[in-house]
Ligand binder design. Structure first.
Ligand code: GLN
Length: 486
């Protein structure tokens, strides 16, 4: 058990300011946590660099919120000098020569990276079982998944190994594991934080995202990370804001909507009851909460649309993983580039990745493009248009972040799901529209957490954080760590 690492950044910051603990002590505590991890949460460590950084920190001032605080990064954040593989064999041995913008910014603020966390290979998938080191388990119940693809980042925080970890969110890869692990998982507006140095999966959906133990920490992090970056031309020039002010001054908006189709389809009575209970509390707190009839054909379109767009973009973006530029060389004496690439990609990728590249390539073939890729783009437009219409009458969309307890590992299937449940994909709406979206704990069922998710209009990140903070007060659930480890 760690001594300090189960606290929030805010709490640790106060201790640092008062001189009650040193950055070196915090880093050692985090290292102990990493060494005692029981969920298979890690890919690579950078203990010595972390110790060196910590030694340089002599004092922490009141306004240096992040200084001296250890953190973890998903294994798809390019980190100079640290092996970064996105948990894929094809990138074994790849040590980047530069830092992702996010990593650089956190370093400038004095945050200290201690390790890279395990993930679903190349950030595709949602189970935490496809990375090259095997299954990452849920610390609340090791027989269950913690979810993915940011699995190690979630499992580590839930064990109290660090106060913050970076993930990435293309469909729900931070917001779903946050639900399964009792954490705050925040995906800010697309284009608010630079993605330079984040390994691309599907760049029109990919968003920097992260886990914290409370909402206020998430707000402080956004203030530190937001802003234009010349290395990422999709970043916005909008002025940066002090997002923590929205939380401190409770600057929430008023109208909250949930989808009729979602509540109609919910099976788990306990989750349903907790969700309605929360809506009632919000009403009592003065919010206008009502139902919205979002069309069910668009909800059914979420999964196929997501699959076609994300796989097409992934296929194109990962074409550089050919075994030549990165990763282990081919050994079977290939005679041509094609043979070389075939060997490296056959050995380097798991089946999930291969399947997604087949779907991506198929939908991009010129003969299929109109029928598949362009159609998916049109469907995305309809989904987002309807959502923007929703946001004409509502300020927030609220939904449970998960509709059942996390799956048991023994119940997972690799078979293609032919009848996907739209509920499992509801949070992809946040990526399709680039909306700010946050998951935080809502309840516990059999000791295992289940989260609620709030989404707002683009660039209204502050208002989303403010409502999340209000919900945190209403539920009383924050700063959770898994104690009842089975
Ligand atoms: N579960 C989704 C997928 O399988 C989400 C991935 C993500 O957000 N990176 O693609």
């Amino acid at each position: 058990m760690t001594k300090w690492m189960n606290k929030t950044i805010g709490e640790l910051h106060q201790l640092l300011v008062e001189g009650k603990v040193t950055a070196s002590e915090l880093v050692e505590d985090c290292i102990q946590g990493v060494l005692n991890d029981s969920c298979n949460s890690f890919e690579a460590t950078c203990f010595e660099e972390a110790r060196k950084e910590a030694r340089k920190i002599k004092e922490v001032k009141e306004d240096e919120y992040l200084k001296g605080i250890p953190y973890l990064a998903k294994d798809n954040y390019s980190t100079k000098g640290v092996e970064t593989t996105a948990s894929s064999n094809i990138l074994n041995g790849y040590v980047p020569l530069f830092d992702a913008t996010v990593v650089r910014k956190l370093r400038q603020k004095g945050m200290i990276m201690v390790a890279h966390t395990s993930m679903d290979e190349l950030a595709m998938g949602g189970t935490g079982t496809t990375g090259k080191r095997g299954v990452t388990t849920n610390p609340y119940d090791h027989e269950r998944i913690v979810g993915g693809s940011s699995s190690g980042s979630a499992a580590a925080l839930a064990q109290g190994i660090a106060p913050m970890s970076l993930g990435s969110d293309t469909g729900d890869s931070v917001r779903k594991p946050a639900s399964h692990a009792g954490l705050v998982g925040f995906k800010p507006t697309w284009g608010r934080i630079s993605r330079f140095g984040l390994f691309p999966f599907a760049p029109s959906l990919d968003t920097i995202a992260y886990f914290t133990r409370d909402v206020k920490d998430s707000a402080y992090l956004l203030s530190a990370l937001a802003g234009h970056d010349n290395n990422d031309m999709s970043t916005s020039y909008r002025k940066k804001e002090k997002y923590e002010r929205y939380v401190e001054e409770k600057k929430t908006l008023h109208r909250i909507g949930y989808f009729k189709a979602v509540v109609d389809a919910m099976q788990d009575e306990k989750i349903k009851a907790a969700f309605f209970d929360l809506l009632e509390k919000l009403r009592k707190a003065g919010y206008e909460v009502s139902e919205y009839d979002y069309p069910s054909d668009l909800l059914d379109a979420l999964y196929p649309t997501y699959m076609i767009i994300s796989c097409a973009e992934a296929t194109s973006n990962n074409a550089n993983l050919d075994g030549v530029r990165f990763g282990p060389a081919a050994k079977d004496n290939p005679q041509t580039y094609r043979e070389y690439m075939k060997e490296c990609r056959t050995k380097g990728f798991t089946d999930l990745i291969k399947r997604r590249f087949v779907i991506g390539s198929f939908s991009l073939l010129s003969a299929n493009q109109d029928e598949m890729f362009s159609r998916a783009q049109k469907a995305r437009r309809l989904i987002v248009n309807k959502m923007n219409e929703f946001f004409d009458s509502f300020d927030y969309f609220i939904t449970p972040a998960a509709f059942s307890l996390p799956k048991k590992i023994c119940d997972l299937s690799t078979a293609w799901s032919t009848n996907p449940d739209f509920l499992d994909n509801i949070m992809t709406i946040g990526n399709f529209g680039g909306y700010p979206s946050i998951t935080l704990p809502m309840m516990k069922e059999d000791g295992i957490p289940v989260g609620v998710n709030v989404t707002g209009r683009v660039f209204e990140d502050g208002a989303v954080l403010a409502l999340a903070d209000e919900i945190q007060t209403l539920t009383g659930l924050k700063n959770l760590t898994a104690k009842e480890v089975k």
